[in-house]
Design a protein. Sequence first.
Length: 147
Amino acid sequence: MKRKISVGTWCFQFTPYDKHPIGLDDVLKKTTQLGYDGISLDGNHANPDNFHTKQARKDLSKKIADFGLGVSEYNPKIGVVGGIIIQFQPDTWLEVIKNNLEFVNDCGLTKSLRVDTRATPCYMVESDYNRAWDTTVYAFKKAAKIA
């Protein structure tokens, strides 16, 4: 089986591109020109909020395929969601997971959804560590069952 290489689209949204992020169309074009096989699609470029309908999601899939690219994974905007941190409100975090799973299924781009907390533990006091750990494990296991 031929090995395939993808590039993460997230890197064109953050430093040094944070002042002038590169749009998805330009990322797809350059990724194709450089000979990559696909992308790891980041939620900053595509997400349930900016692709509201099933048709818009199918159009997104077609656009990526038209560049000859696949999607190795979808990396949604999760973790700190509207000020919600997984360790304090896991059920709100899980609703975001469900919404992003629906998005991925509608797009048909990939069967892989990347999940992380996107929240650094620097806000956590040591005495709260075990509760935060248990809450995160609970949320990740529940997300896996939902998926």
